[in-house]
Design a protein around this ligand. Sequence first.
Ligand code: SAH
Length: 270
Amino acid sequence: MFHTKKSLGQNFLEDSQILNKIIETASLKSSDIVLEIGPGQGTLTTKILEKAKKVIAIEKDDRLINFLENKFNKEIKEGGLEIIHSDILKFDHEEYFKDSQYQIIANIPYYITGKFLKKFLSSNSQPTKMVLMLQKEVAQRIIGESKDPKKNKESILSISIKVYGIPKYIRTIPARYFEPQPKVDSAIILIEKISKRFFEEIDEESFFLLIKKAFSSKRKTLVNNLDYLPKNDLIKVFKKLNLSPKIRAENLSIEDWKNLYFELIPFPKN
Ligand code: SAH
């Protein structure tokens, strides 16, 4: 029996209904190239191989490499699968995918979620879409639990995703479906239409600096977190944009952030 490592976030999925749900969400075409992170024992890999043209699977645990190479001997020989022994956070995907489009499908190890999303979304070689299994709470923070969008609060995390793509909450997956069972429930999410269009007129670095400042103190209103302009001038800007002077960072939409950026960044505080 394989002894799973907690430190590598190893919670394997075997339930074929759930694996099928992930595949269905990806709506794969026979010309698609898929990057899979953490194939583990290859259950999801098998399903992706049935639909896609090529799978590149990056696995960090050296104990699984031999296993995967044996299991998928045929697929590897035929060129449909490449297994790479590497840490996904160190893998040079910009070099690997410089001439090809790709998408990501993965039941990722949850300890790398933030760094993983940042690496691939802000990259110059972004995937076209991602279908991911995440911790349920994280998925909810990204997309919001409520059907009424006004009730959902934005966070640095949710904004950092919505400026690059359109996230959708597909389905909650209870902990019992994993082996071994994690402490938390999970969820399948889809991030579609990934691009850098938002940053055509907006400087990525200055934008995220604005967001960081805006969320720097949770208890303060947005006006009190921003120091780009004297407070009175800032309130005038808010009025112009139809934003309440008492609004908090979590209540602004992506459109509001864009408008605010254009008002504030021409006069950055130096
Ligand atoms: N996809 C499999 C396994 C998910 S568990 C399934 O659904 O059953 C997470 C997998 O990611 C494990 O195989 C673990 O070894 C691997 N992993 C952990 N950290 C990694 C990293 N930094 N880079 C690549 N793979 C990693």
